[in-house]
Write a protein that binds this ligand. Sequence first.
Ligand code: ADP
Length: 380
Amino acid sequence: MVLPSNWVFRTLIFCRKIITYNCFWKTVMQKTTPDQLAHFFALSLDLFCVADSDGYFRMLNDAWGRTLGYSLDELLAVPYINFVHPEDLNATVTVQQGLDDGLQVLDFENRYLTKDGNWRWLSWKAVPQADGTIYAVARDITSQKEDEKATEQLLIRLEQTNHELDQFAYIVSHDLKSPLRSILNLSQWIQEDLGEALTTEVAAHIALLQVRAGKMQQMIDDLLQYAKTGRNEKPVVEVDLNHLILEIQGVQQIPVGFRIEIPQPLLNVFGHPVELFQLFQNLISNAIKYRKSDMGFVSITQSDLGDYWRFEVADNGIGIDANHHQRIFEVFQRLHTSEEIDGTGIGLALVKKIIERMGGSIVVHSQKGSGATFSFTWPK
Ligand code: ADP
């Protein structure tokens, strides 16, 4: 198609407004001839067009043919609405009416039919002119849309898998509770039945069995707690963290000399009170459990990151080797045996789950022997 050079020129002026390479375009416009501008017009990867007020394209660049597979004459022959996906028709008509009323269009998206029967997503910027024509540029965003859809589907699958895993952990831990209770009861009855015949050795074995079964019960309870977390359907509420930490101090065994420091009063956050309690309780109780001496401390600070709060829970305890900074957040991962320091290895996994379910994230900064700082974000 032979392009009327004044149209090319006007279209390029419009492009210059839209494309942000202002300086570049100024230079181009000042120094180039209409022929050279026509080259740029033809070369563009974006789809440039001028449309009539009666709904037909009047002028198109070559990118249209390359993107949709039609000849330019085929595209010029019928109203452009004929190419629009049926589901996008209403929105397109509304945008068209806006243009008729003199409104500009920015980032409007619709699908266009290709010659081979597929659909391409186009993202539009368009400006109406005083004479009723519309100058517009469209970008093919089909692959971006496909990526978004793939990510969305992946997230849905991930959510389903997480839900199934939670369900599995919940059922298994729930069902394991009753046989375990029977084992503990039976061991007690054996002890009672043996009476005088109970030797020191058998008594020691039974005691060991009860300790181990007790430990297993604790692990099941923690796992159940972990599986239940995040099932909270209740709406989030405003929580006073200063009050919450006082409550934790009330239930936590704190060695004499150990300090829980809050240098600045904490500002309220939105969340589920029970989960926030579990979160801070686990971090504070770990700071106490993994202290170097009874004169240790844990300090809790809050800073504003805009859309998020950042909390830092820092202690001066035994610290964590950098090799284990990821592992400690996994279920049942411990760096100590139960004989050394009691625990089930669920605490930090639970903390991470609570934070991530709310849309935040957590990391630890620490070196072995030099304390640990757990830093997490919490959406406002
Ligand atoms: P648990 O305390 O029951 O072992 P957690 O999931 O709370 O389980 O912690 C996992 C591991 O991370 C702990 O076994 C411990 O080795 C390490 N850890 C957690 N908090 C701290 C801390 N404040 N200082 C040093 N080590 C810690």
